[in-house]
Write a protein that binds this ligand. Structure first.
Ligand code: HEC
Length: 254
């Protein structure tokens, strides 16, 4: 009983199908783990469960309105100093809150005169000790999100790693015979295009928070193409051959 051997997923022998299937299952579990990991790191950046655009903004751009010192000087600590003194502290925060400027530009004098009465070592609880410069510094830094070093590290790992995963997922999927050529080319290219968009958007979000939307779109489109290639490949390997013999050539453009 001679059967035709065609270049498509359905007509491959069990050994190759087992290899492809094992690979597809393991990378799918890897993908799920990545999603769990994203939820647990970036997902909690805004203090709430679930990944949102705010999380991405906080992770890459940072929460720049939230230097505690400045917020408090506009809030509950407003009466503790004159407008002029508060302005001086706030400008110092914006200029990077260096210890040098703290000592030499009169900032220490303001803290000594207006804040240490309450913010001292004996106070405890919600009242940090501002005779310790480090305690002030921690509340003065503006959170600017992921560092360039961290971005460069995570970017190159993702570019190499994800390109590699989609190389094999795409190669398996290219043997699917039932997908019209334009759609197939689109789905195979999509992860690469959106990977570049996703990772460029991390860097751009550091410059402007609106780019966080591109991180969402890039990541979402990548996941979508992964799911599509996965389902179609599995279907053509295991379900289609039970329905009929497939004698199409998946690699020809015709
Ligand atoms: C009369 C006492 C008093 C003085 C004077 C005072 N604080 Fe406070 N400060 C408090 C108390 C009480 C809290 C905790 C309640 C709150 O956050 O409003 C606090 C909290 C803060 C916080 C937030 C808590 C944290 O984790 O750091 C900051 C920032 C702060 N003060 C800055 C200042 C600065 C700057 C000055 C001087 C210009 C100052 N305070 C003067 C009593 C004082």
């Amino acid at each position: 009983m001679a059967r035709n051997h065609n270049l498509n997923l359905a007509s491959q022998g069990t050994a190759l199908k087992a290899l492809f299937t094992g690979y597809l299952i393991v990378v799918a579990v890897g993908y799920l783990m990545a999603i769990v990991q994203i939820q647990l790191t970036h997902g909690l950046a805004d203090g709430e469960y679930g990944l949102s655009v705010d999380d991405i903004v906080y992770s890459y751009y940072g929460n720049r309105t939230n230097s505690l010192l400045e917020n408090k000087l506009h809030g509950s600590m407003k009466p503790m100093a004159t407008d002029e003194e508060r302005e001086k502290i706030i400008s110092w925060v914006h200029a990077g809150a260096t210890e040098d400027a703290y000592e030499n530009d009169g900032i220490r004098q303001i803290f000594d005169a207006k804040c240490i009465i309450c913010h001292n070592a004996e106070a405890g609880g919600a009242v940090p000790d501002y005779s310790d410069f480090q305690q002030i510094k921690e509340r003065a830094v503006v959170d600017t999100g992921a560092s360039i070093t961290a971005l460069a590290r995570v970017s190159h790992i993702h570019l190499f790693g994800i390109a590699f995963i989609f190389m094999f997922v795409g190669l398996i999927f290219s043997l699917a015979a039932g997908v019209p050529k334009p759609l197939k080319v689109f789905v195979i290219s999509m992860p690469y295009i959106f990977l570049l968009i996703d990772i460029s958007a991390w860097w751009l979000t550091k410059l402007h928070p609106n780019f966080a939307w591109f991180v969402m779109i890039g990541g979402g489109a990548m996941a979508l193409s992964f799911a599509f290639m996965w389902v179609v490949s599995m279907y053509e390997m295991w379900i289609l051959p039970r329905i009929r013999e497939d004698n199409r050539d998946a690699l020809l453009d015709e």
